[in-house]
Design a protein around this ligand. Sequence first.
Ligand code: ATP
Length: 355
Amino acid sequence: MSQFNVAVFLGDDASPEVMKPTVALLERMQLPIDFVYPTVGSVALESEGSRFPEASKNQVDRADATFFGSTSGDSTEALFYLRWGKQTFANVRPCLWRPGFRSPLANPDGIDFTIVRENLEDLYLGLEGDLEDLSALNLYSRHARANVKDLGPGRYAIKAITEAGSERVIRFAFELARKREKQRKVTLTSKYNMLAKADGYFRDIGFEVAKDYPDIAFETFIVDDFLCRMISRPEALDVVVMPNLYGDIMSDGAAGLIGGLGLAPSGCYGDAYAYFESAHGTAPDIQGQNIINPTATLLSACMMLDYLGLGDQAKRIDQGISQLYAALQWIPKDQGGTASTEQIFKALEDIIMTH
Ligand code: ATP
């Protein structure tokens, strides 16, 4: 079996409390993976004069994938490189309820959908500035609803929806729907009524791509309607694709449906690279308390193992997590239990190593 190389960023605040033991678990499972730890942030600045030195970038480039701990700033440069540098355009956020997860819904059974969020464009390109700079464009004469000149001082942010960027992420969603073999359905959502030019374009491209997938059902909803549907009938969803900002917001909402951010994994895929991190942030408010829920990080590691072609090993961890929650014995604090982070890792390792 070939040996893989994974770059690990432990992240900030409470993040290392789940990243370190997850990597330790993978090491104890004796997987064919070598882990490297690129230096980054203030440590790298002090020793190498840069927050994301060339040597660290090379380690990321040489790795087959990156396992990324949430950052509150120190590894932001590395994160931007993983996203825009490596063109990881599809952010995949699975939302699967398992017995033992503390969902706020009366009947969460059957929630099993995946959000595919466009990861590079929309409002996240950083194209911001002063409103007065837009005056020269004379957008009012081109059917804008207000004249920039009348607005007074203010700022703008550009939302860019490109043909290539939309097509590749929508295609990714269709391929995923085929691979999942669940409902074989793609749902596309955006604000295509109010933002007919940009979000309408995203939807138009969706209809075009759908023609190549006659075996996959395709439906579209305006994003506010979609949110209501996601909450009231989440079991009707399979694969959902949407532009960046909506995906950012909806996927946290989706995590809330199954029991919260502590349960939500995430993977960002490009044509030639992928990195994996929990959907949650660094949880600074619970740092050092040994109560951070490791499930999101562990499931992100499972997504990484799948990506590397180690699906059987991913299944061992995934099934171990289901078993752990179903037993109702080692439930973390955010899910209404009293188990510490360390106890959960110990219990999970016991399950995995005895199977
Ligand atoms: P960021 O800006 O990096 O997203 P944040 O503080 O806004 O940081 P999170 O770090 O995701 O957002 O935390 C939001 C809330 O969810 C916090 O109260 C945090 O403690 C809680 N939380 C996040 N992840 C977990 C987890 N794995 N286990 C338990 N609680 C968590």
